[in-house]
Design a protein around this ligand. Structure first.
Ligand code: AR6
Length: 176
């Protein structure tokens, strides 16, 4: 499912964030220590190999809402942007911190002249953010940032669950 917004293509796919070979950058739903974990972080570090954790170690810890960039090691991409989402019910205000994740990741990508970037649904797994509320914040933030982007022209959302994918399809369809 693709939607054009100005000069940018928004796309939702059902799949694995670590298997997006046509994207210049992928985003990691990281932990503060930037170490391998479960979910997205586990999949990314497994596919990247131990060099990714080694490169990230001196950049940790990061704060909720912050984004940093590294190489992609054995992944088929050029960069990984690591973002720490808020833990729902704990890191507050969680809607602002989640919006910061997407805003800071996109700004960093644009600074690096990255043309294409794939996001997972940050904070909606182990960190417990309700999926539909997180999706609304994500898309609202991205629509706010799009007019400022000079290089990013393709933003993909990679959803692991079929139902999660359907939520994105519906929300993208609703964008005027
Ligand atoms: N590709 C795309 N999406 C995925 C994948 C995958 N391979 N695996 C899970 N998801 P999570 P968080 C979905 O838990 O909530 C880690 O252990 C998943 O269904 O990866 O930000 C870190 O080390 C959910 O919708 O990230 C942190 O400690 C979404 O991706 C903590 O979990 C995010 O799930 C971060 O928690």
């Amino acid at each position: 499912m693709k939607k054009e917004v100005g000069e940018v293509i928004l796309e939702a796919v059902h799949g694995d964030i670590a298997s997006q070979p046509d994207m210049t950058a992928i985003v990691n739903a990281a932990n503060a220590q930037l170490m391998p974990g479960g979910g997205v972080a586990g999949a990314i570090h497994r596919a990247a190999g131990p060099g990714l954790a080694e490169e990230c170690r001196p950049l940790a810890p990061i704060e909720p809402g912050q984004a940093i960039i590294s190489g992609a090691h054995n992944l088929p991409n050029k960069y990984v942007i690591h973002c720490l989402g808020p833990v729902y019910g704990n890191d507050k205000p969680e809607n602002i911190l989640l919006a910061d994740c997407y805003r800071n990741s996109l700004r960093l990508a644009d600074e690096k002249q990255i043309d294409s970037i794939a996001f997972p649904a940050i904070s909606t797994g182990i960190f417990g953010y309700p999926f539909e509320a997180a999706t609304d914040i994500t898309l609202q933030t991205i629509l706010e940032v799009i007019p400022d982007l000079k290089y990013v022209r393709h933003i993909r959302f990679v959803l692991f669950g079929e139902e999660d994918f359907e939520v994105y399809v519906e929300r993208l369809r609703d964008i005027k």
